[in-house]
Design a protein around this ligand. Structure first.
Ligand SMILES: Nc1ncnc2c1ncn2[C@@H]1O[C@H](COP(=O)(O)OP(=O)(O)OP(=O)(O)O)[C@@H](O)[C@H]1O
Length: 310
């Protein structure tokens, strides 16, 4: 195992044959490196190959080429040796609708030989305490999703793989799942969180891999990925053309935007105000712009064509 990597892939490739005999490359040359501990975002637009990669890691799909390992053990060959340390929610598991959440977990625990003492901890971790004795069919989508996570927690996994856990949830549901994932990451579990919703990911992930069309576009600590993105100010002035001229002459990098100007600088905002005031230009708005994963991701994936046959 390289360093402390919990998931590692090298040159991973997956091709699907379509009915016309053509090939669809879903994943190509993917080198994934997920360090131990914390939440790792696995990010990419719809159809970029996230689910396919996860399915290959879990032995649910066969790789066309490349190698994979979990906890340093080659998979799928050694999957039986490590699978007990891995919890995964790839699609919504089938729960009994007329049983309560707790009864569903109890059935699962019994069938897998897991002590029932783990049920309380799992329910508490996903914040279903108080609703655990309600029938599954009365649960909201967010609660169902949290019960699915609780089911994987029964075996006390060291790695949790969650494929788009917030799909279809409203903002409150998203917040609840996010809180659950954050506390799991803080408790020492390594979480691989796949998502196409960047704002939610930025708040919980320590590191991330961004893919587009099955290819890795960027990977690393979230703060390091964002370090290269510009910080600055969004500025509104009555006469933008004149303002651009003066700001550029003073050495600022300025971009025209529909609602004003984007001035990239590490300097304090007074430097912009002062420069414009020197030329009798008085701004009506000056808002700090922080780098975010969403813009970084959009820049990286702007040119990606999705789902084409190659
Ligand atoms: N069984 C399959 N047969 C043929 N093509 C497939 C199959 N499964 C996935 N694909 C194709 O592989 C590509 C990657 O799909 P995948 O589901 O891995 O993407 P994703 O990033 O998980 O997307 P989403 O966010 O929509 O779940 C897509 O073009 C998809 O149509």
């Amino acid at each position: 195992m390289t360093g402390d990597l919990v998931i590692e892939t090298s040159g991973l490739r997956k091709e699907f044959r379509n009915r016309r005999g053509g090939r669809r490359v879903a994943v190509q040359s993917l080198d994934l490196a997920v360090p131990a501990g914390g939440v790792h975002g696995f990010l990419g637009p719809n159809g970029s190959g996230k689910t396919t990669t996860i399915r290959m890691l879990l032995g649910l799909a066969r790789a066309t080429k490349g190698t994979m390992s979990l906890f340093g053990e080659p998979v799928p060959a050694r999957l039986p040796a490590v699978i007990d340390r891995v919890g995964a929610v790839v699609e919504m598991p089938k729960f009994a609708p007329n049983f309560t959440g707790r009864q569903n977990l109890a059935m699962l625990a019994r069938s897998r030989g897991i002590p029932s003492s783990r049920i309380d901890a799992a329910i508490e971790t996903v914040s279903l305490t108080g609703r655990d004795k309600d029938r599954y069919k009365s649960y909201s989508l967010g609660m169902k999703q949290r019960l699915a996570i609780a089911a994987t927690l029964l075996k006390d996994p060291q790695l949790l793989i969650l494929d788009e856990p917030t799909n279809g949830l409203d903002p409150a549901g998203i917040r609840e799942i996010r809180d659950t994932i954050r506390s799991l990451g803080e408790s020492g579990v390594t979480v691989l969180l796949s998502s196409h919703i960047l704002a939610e990911v930025q708040q919980v992930c320590t590191s991330a891999t961004i893919i587009g069309s099955g290819r890795m576009l960027a990977s690393g600590r979230v703060d390091e990925l964002l370090a290269g993105s510009g910080t600055g100010y969004r500025v509104a002035v009555p006469d933008p053309d004149t303002a651009v001229g003066h700001l550029e002459a003073a050495g600022f990098a300025v971009t025209r935007e529909p609602r004003g100007l984007l001035v990239e600088t590490e300097q304090p905002p007074e430097t912009i105000t002062r420069e414009l005031a020197r030329h009798d230009l008085w701004l009506s708005e000056l808002t700090p712009v922080r780098p975010d994963l969403e813009s970084f991701f959009l820049d990286l994936t702007r040119d990606e064509t999705l789902g084409g046959d190659r």
